[in-house]
Design a protein. Structure first.
Length: 630
């Protein structure tokens, strides 16, 4: 019954015979136009009257239509403005896209002014593009670009982004990837899309982790009507017993305006003991349904170090209303002990954590903090904290980086991600290999030294004193400083030899700075230098656009894109000289087949590196390289 009510509401929203508006000149909007309009709208007495009526009469199609007719901007722009103002992000739900299309049909003149005529309705852009770069190195072998939805029976027919991938260290033939999704799971479950391979990535199947009900969250309802449940922000990790854990947010949104009338958050863990083919509920990290408290951007880690006094312990970090949190579990993720991470001396708006665990059991966490007021944030900095007692207590935060790039600033939207915007969020790992650089901590991030977000670069900084000081950053991308957007790097240490591998989104092959390829690079000398960059993306017959390597979700080029664009991160795992890389890929439907039901898919490839040269002894490095820096 609940599901049928939602269907009725959606039928009201989706008007048949959508008009494709002719191209016309757009108005010149300020970067903050939609945010400022949204703030003014919330103060408008007539808007409040209409919203109050909709809450009292949620089944009234007339009440909903009056709201849509009144709005000066679409519900999609309102939701994105709300995320900007309250500093949170999750997968934009399908209902918001339907509301956006409905609003465009009701406000064609405004749509022409804002979007040049078509908003996000269907439009095929010019498929021509510069040839992909062949820059790379013969010291690695790049595998076939795979479309993980291909051949899975009934694949998700919409967005899959914010991808993670993890390889079973006890059986490298088992690989699991996960992404935000919007459709494709049996029974209308729209939490996450999980893909599993049992043959090293040659073939894949799709599976769906559970929604809120098995976790005992209760009903998802607003104003007497069922809401919409979505999943967001996957995080994956294998334990030492061939069990893989998948952590994700479960979000309950009102079914009328896609979260603008109400939303609830929780974070859960699902487990699979058959390599990701099936999932069962593991435990609830936090459940704040019914409170309106925002939970966001979690990451996961399991201590697999036999020498650690906390071996087998599960860890996670996230932010609650922009306050960084941490939790640990001693029973494989069933129950959790939560602590508040130490506050940084600056900022106050915390975002974007990640975790590494040293072989002696020390837990390392990085997170960003910003200073935010009104529409914009400023002064984003990355901090490091460390625990030696299994996450119960933490040291004073140590600053790693004072960024030029700032999240939620209104100036963080380069061409490849001009709608969602990019963040400088870091990724951290530690060398537990026992080699020359054993114990070295590494973190990667994106930032620009000169210029702006259109020429962000990828950097790695390291520490050899357990995070007390951090060395000057080394640029990883080898196309020179500036000129192209390179962002959302992810870093993993290959524990078989201590080499450091970094993967990222890269626009170097496109003069317009819109089209993204995936690049990877390795350091075999403890992060002092990086080998020539390797392009991972290549033409592949597994996508409809089989003659290109790039993904383009720029708002002007790809009108069918999802507003999430690339999200906030991508997937990387490294084991025994092989990098396993997963990313959001648009080639199934753009530019050659814009009508394909499959939208942004998960792309996947392996990169097999040549045997790394043996690093120098650690005492051969100049001590000054590890000096603290600001």
């Amino acid at each position: 019954m609940r599901r049928s009510l939602v269907v009725v509401i959606l039928v009201v929203l989706v008007m048949p015979g959508a008009t494709i508006f002719a191209e016309s000149e757009t108005v010149r909007l300020s970067p903050d136009f939609f945010v400022e309009t949204y703030v003014d709208l919330l103060k408008d007495p007539q808007y409040k009257v209409l919203i109050d009526r909709l809450k009292r009469q949620p089944r009234s199609a007339d009440a909903l239509e009056q709201v849509l007719d009144f709005l000066p901007i679409s519900p999609l722009e309102m939701l994105e403005a709300d995320m900007h103002l309250r500093r949170y992000e999750f997968m934009v739900p399908a209902i918001s896209l339907e509301l956006h299309r409905n609003w465009i049909e009701r406000h064609p003149d405004l749509a022409r002014r804002y979007y040049g005529g078509d908003g996000i309705v269907e439009r095929v852009s010019d498929p021509s593009a510069p040839a992909a770069s062949t820059k790379g190195t013969a010291e690695a072998t790049v595998g076939l670009n795979r479309n993980l939805a291909s051949g899975t029976g009934t694949p998700p027919d919409d967005y899959q982004g914010e991808v993670q991938v993890a390889v079973n260290p006890g059986d490298p033939s088992q690989i699991v990837a996960a992404a935000n999704t919007m459709a494709g799971c049996p029974g209308g479950v729209n939490t996450q899309a999980a893909f599993a391979s049992s043959d090293g990535g040659e073939t894949w199947l799709m599976s769906c982790p559970p929604d809120h009900q098995p976790f005992g969250f209760g009903s998802c309802e607003f104003f007497g009507l069922p809401g919409i449940v979505i999943g967001s922000d996957p995080a994956l990790w294998w334990d030492s017993n061939d069990v893989v854990a998948l952590e994700y947010m479960i979000v309950c949104l009102d079914g009328l305006l896609g979260g603008l009338l109400g939303m609830d958050f929780g974070i859960v863990v699902a487990k699979s003991s058959d390599g990701g083919a099936t999932w069962s509920p593991g435990g609830t990290v936090i459940n704040t349904w019914g409170t309106g408290t925002i939970q966001d951007k979690q990451f996961y880690h399991i201590d697999r170090n036999a020498s650690s006094p906390f071996s087998g312990r599960h860890y996670t970090c996230w932010d609650t209303d922009n306050n960084e949190q941490f939790a640990w579990s001693a029973d494989s993720g069933s129950t959790w002990n939560q602590v508040d991470l130490p506050a940084a001396p600056t900022g106050g708006t915390d975002l974007g954590c990640e975790i590494a665990v040293e072989k002696d059991g020390a837990v390392d966490v990085i997170y960003d903090t910003l200073t935010c007021a009104g529409n914009d944030c400023s002064n984003e900095e990355m901090y490091f904290v460390r625990s030696t007692d299994g996450g119960a207590s933490w040291n004073t935060p140590v600053r790693i980086r004072d960024f030029n790039l700032v999240s939620f600033s209104g100036a963080n939207k380069p061409g490849p991600q001009d709608e969602r915007g990019i963040n400088p969020f870091g990724s951290i790992d530690v060398d537990n290999s026992g080699g020359a650089c054993d114990g070295t901590l590494y973190t990667t991030f994106s930032d620009f030294v000169t210029g702006n977000t259109e020429n962000t670069d990828v950097w790695v900084s390291r520490s050899t004193d357990s995070g007390a000081t951090w060395g000057a950053p080394v640029r990883v991308n080898d196309d020179g400083e500036g000129g192209a957007a390179q962002f959302h790097p992810f870093l993993t240490v290959d524990q078989s030899d201590g080499s450091v591998v970094v993967v990222w989104h890269d626009a170097r092959n496109d003069a317009s700075n819109h089209q993204i390829d995936i690049f990877v690079a390795r350091s075999s000398d403890c992060g002092l230098t990086f080998e020539p960059n390797i392009q991972v993306t290549a033409p592949s017959g597994e996508f409809n656009a089989l003659d290109i390597s790039w993904t383009n979700v720029n708002s002007a080029d790809n009108s069918g894109r999802n507003p999430n664009q690339f999200g906030e991160y991508m997937g990387l795992d490294v084991l025994n000289g092989t990098a396993y890389i997963a990313w959001m890929d648009s080639r199934q439907y753009f530019p050659s087949d814009s009508g394909d039901g499959e939208k942004e898919n998960i792309g996947f490839a392996t990169v097999v590196f040549a045997v790394a040269d043996t690093p120098l002894f650690a005492d051969d490095f100049e001590s000054g390289d590890y000096a603290a820096w600001d």
